[in-house]
Each structure stands twice: as structure tokens, then as C-alpha cells.
Write a protein that binds this ligand. Sequence first.
Ligand SMILES: [Zn+2]
Length: 208
Amino acid sequence: MLTIDPVLHLGFIPDVCQYLFKYELHDIVNNLLSPQHNTPSKFEWKSGVKNAILREETYLWDQRMAADSYFAFFRILQPAVEPAVVYKVSNISLYRNSMLVIARLWTRPVTLENQLCLKCNNTYQDELVHVTCECPSKLALRNQLTDSLASILLPDELLRVLELDSVSQTLRFLGAPVETIFDMPSETLFLRNTFAFIVNCIQAYFEH
Ligand SMILES: [Zn+2]
């Protein structure tokens, strides 16, 4: 049986042993050391390590999130341990510029006080929702987005997005799983378009 002696200092060996125990991989090593050992292939070993780490880290993440009601809404946006949708969608250089803006919008503090829009003289509670989905001054950009989404989504899919109320629509444009998620290629194209749209809206709203 593989054991760790905390007094001995054997280079990286104590660290390796700790990780083997932490991710319950010590059985594989014990099996290797047994007389009738069965050596796993490189693929089996890498896949076993990856799955064991994912299992343990998912469990720890879940426990941490469930222990604090502060994370209730965060869990809706990020329901699993994996890179956030912003990073998955923006993983090619063309879309990296929008990544930082969208990532900041995901974590922005929200103030829900009535404010007056100087572009359209209407009042709003959330600036991002107003700029992207409500303000008439950005209608041309919204129409451009609708045109580009029409070439990606089926007509009924596009209709479902357009029928969302402005708060849900803004969240959907940011990549939150608040409405039907499309298949992976369509979802990626959809979010690349909506991310670019949000960045353009904000730029146009505050520059002119
Ligand atoms: Zn406005």
C-alpha cells in the first residue's frame, strides 16, 4: 500500500503521493506495483487522471457554491466547473477584443435606480439593458444584429429570442443560459454576433 511519511523529504514524491490520494488515483499505482500488474496505456492514464480531477473538483466546487446563498444567481450563469461561455466563444484572436468587455459585464455591479437616458429621454433602471435592448437610438444596430442572426438561426429560434423581454434578452446576448440553447456551432456563432453587438452598442452609446 502506498503511504506518505511526512518526515521524509523525497523531492516531488510527497507531492505526487498527496495528489494520488486527493484524486483517488493511488489504486492505479498500487496496481502497477503488484506482481500481476496491468500497465494502462497513455490514453487510459491521461483520461483516468483527467476524469478523477474533474470529479473531485466538481464535488468541491458544488459544495462551496451550495454552502453560500450569495452564489445562487452565479450558479444559474455558470452551472458547472468549466471555462465560462465568454472564453469558449472568444477563443480565436478575432474575438479576443470583445472578451474583456463581455467578461467585465458579467461581473459588473448593478444599480436599480431610475435614471434618465439623454439619448431618448426615457427612464431606465439598468443601463446595459436599456442600451442594448430598449434605447431607440440603437435601433439600427439591433436591426443589423437581427439580420445577421437570421442567417444563423431557424426562423422559430430567432423569434423566441426576439420575443424575450429586454432583461432576459440582454442576459441571453451575454451568454447566460436563460432560454433554449442552440446546437454548439449555432450557439457559438450566435454569441459571437451578440458579443460584437453589445460591444458596438456600448461604444456607440458613449462615444456619440
Ligand atoms: Zn435611451
